[in-house]
Design a protein around this ligand. Structure first.
Ligand code: HXC
Length: 513
């Protein structure tokens, strides 16, 4: 029955699923890359992928350009660990995954659906950028995608994997999404490629140096994660999704844990050196207090003087922000301010409570920072904390000086519960800086300047650099025994769940970008 029609159906299916053909698939494999379909299979739960627009082809006038079914991008929906997602994966075997009019329409269709139903959107990039043969219609398509990315921002989580070139227009859609994962030695993102750089600036630079995973995860901050290969990339996307809600009116899923929420650890204090100038790894403290020592760090290689990432506490997803005394003594600078601000805004958009651990000597001084805009960028951190209406719990562990004390989730920025360890040093300036100002005359006339300096600094530290002045004023809610940090934070998170906070109506604020 209907034999001929079925024959045609299977022929068409086979043809469409072959993408740019066997030869190009082999070239893709020879570059160490999987095909778009293989990538989708790795990401989604088996048998859940439903492809849409499989038979779409380009419709521009250029008769020279061969028509391929799918038009260079595979789109559809499926499930990751049982939860629905929408996705698109550029197919490099078809015209280098370049974006033409119809390919963009396919992507837009998926994006509109994801926004309508409130499900995460994953984009897998491997693309030569705007399809040159389609001229302005390709640019028109990018514009439509950027618009959807912006509309979706704050409504559904958007994740991008860069597994191949992302040239020209192909970079800006990812840039608007929430997280970018690049595969080492494979993903490359650049607005203008090495040839143009050479022509315009006479600079010799390789693809990898210009826009590889290392450059973007350490220097530009474009990439949030680096995956060692495509398998690792898909595992990272799955792990990331596991912390997130489906949309902005949903809550993140809980993760069952046998880690006792009331677990106390008398050894926790030992991580903090007695000498406040000695560095230590704040990650040790993070791992100690979260469920099962499981911390999913974001932007690991970028601005490592501040750490952000997801974890669970009491089985609930939280976002952690912590100064890292191992790098730049934990000082705040331009990059760390940007990193933390964007993370706070993500958490706030998606109902993820924020836990802040503080140990910072202040904002990093110097002409480099000032001239590159530490005032502008540093202010974002204040803005992001003030604006965030999710539960905010702060714990000051060590230094909290000056503007950095205020910026790191202080009471004035409407943190809900502010704890401090007995080791907290909360003051306008650190002892050494403070005494050079308030004891200037004494220091000038001192017979033994070194000894006098030490004596004055010790006196200052005793008098000002402690948590009790702030606790007397109620801007620290409680000075806690460090061993109780985990149960205290979990109790605080529990008490603040269901928090509702609304400010006066406005269209949107004007964060200092
Ligand atoms: C049409 C393209 C294409 C493009 C690649 N191809 N890019 N076709 N439009 N933009 C085709 C190639 O002709 C080739 O077709 C196939 O894809 C594979 O490309 P190769 O060059 O053989 O692959 P490879 O050596 O791996 O190099 C990949 C590449 C390179 C680095 C991406 O192709 C490249 O530099 N492409 C151009 C990048 C670019 O400048 N894009 C436009 C940016 S302008 P055959 O038939 O031989 O297999 C832009 C503006 C948008 O995007 C701005 C919006 C804001």
């Amino acid at each position: 029955m209907h034999g001929e029609k079925f024959e045609k159906f299977y022929d068409m299916k086979k043809l469409a699923e072959a993408g740019g053909g066997q030869e190009r698939i082999e070239v893709q494999h020879s570059k160490g890359k999987l095909t778009a379909r293989e990538r989708i299979d790795l990401l989604l739960d088996e048998g859940t992928f439903v492809e849409l627009d499989k038979y779409v082809t380009h419709r521009h006038d250029d008769t020279e350009t061969k028509k391929f079914y799918g038009d260079g991008v595979i789109t559809g929906f499926g499930r990751v660990n049982g939860r629905k997602i929408f996705l698109y994966a550029y197919d490099f075997t078809i015209l280098g995954g370049s974006l033409g009019e119809m390919a963009s329409k396919k992507i837009v269709k998926i994006m509109d659906k994801a926004i309508k139903v409130g499900a995460p959107l994953v984009g897998i990039l491997d693309s030569g950028g705007a399809r040159i043969q389609e001229g302005v219609m390709s640019l028109d398509g990018y514009g439509d995608i950027f618009y959807r990315n912006t509309t979706a921002s704050g409504i559904i989580p958007q994740i991008t994997a860069s597994i191949g070139p992302c040239a020209g227009g192909a970079v800006y859609s990812p840039a608007i999404t929430d997280f970018i994962i690049m595969v080492e030695n494979v993903g490359q993102m650049f607005v203008t490629g090495p040839e143009v750089v050479k022509e315009v600036l006479s600079e010799d630079v390789s693809f990898e140096e210009l826009g590889g995973a290392i450059a973007h995860s350490t220097k530009s901050g474009v990439a949030h994660f680096v995956a060692s290969n495509e398998y690792d990339c898909m595992e990272k996307i799955k792990k990331l999704l596991s912390y997130l809600p489906q949309n902005n009116i949903d809550y993140p899923p809980s993760l069952e844990s046998n880690d006792d929420p009331n677990r106390v650890d008398p050894n926790l204090i030992k991580i903090l050196p007695e000498n406040p100038y000695q560095p230590y790894d704040i990650k040790e403290i993070i791992l100690n207090i979260v469920d099962d020592r499981d911390f999913f760090e974001i932007h690991e290689g970028f601005a490592p003087n501040l750490i952000v990432g997801f974890a669970h506490m009491g089985e609930k997803t939280i976002g952690i922000i912590a100064n890292q005394p191992m790098v730049l003594a934990g000082a705040l600078d331009i990059d760390s301010s940007n990193k933390a601000s964007r993370f706070i805004r993500f958490c706030d958009s998606f109902n993820i409570p924020i836990v802040t651990l503080v140990d910072t000597p202040g904002y990093l001084p110097g002409t480099n920072q000032e001239h590159n805009g530490i005032i502008r960028h540093g202010s974002k951190l204040l803005y992001a904390y003030c604006e965030a209406s999710v539960p905010k719990i702060t714990c000051i562990i060590g230094k909290a000086y000056g503007g950095a004390y205020i910026a790191m989730g202080s009471k004035n920025l409407k943190a809900d519960v502010n704890f401090a360890w007995p080791t907290a040093e909360i003051a306008v300036l650190g002892p050494e800086a403070a005494i050079t100002i308030i004891n200037r005359r004494e220091l000038k006339t001192a017979k033994d300047p070194k000894a006098t300096k030490k004596k004055l600094a010790d006196e200052y530290r005793k008098k000002f650099a402690n948590p009790y002045i702030a606790a007397e004023k109620g801007i620290i809610d409680l000075v806690i025994d460090p061993m109780e940090t985990r149960p205290m934070i979990i109790q605080a998170l529990h008490s603040m769940s269901g928090k509702k906070e609304t400010g006066p109506w406005k269209k949107h604020g004007n964060i200092n970008l």
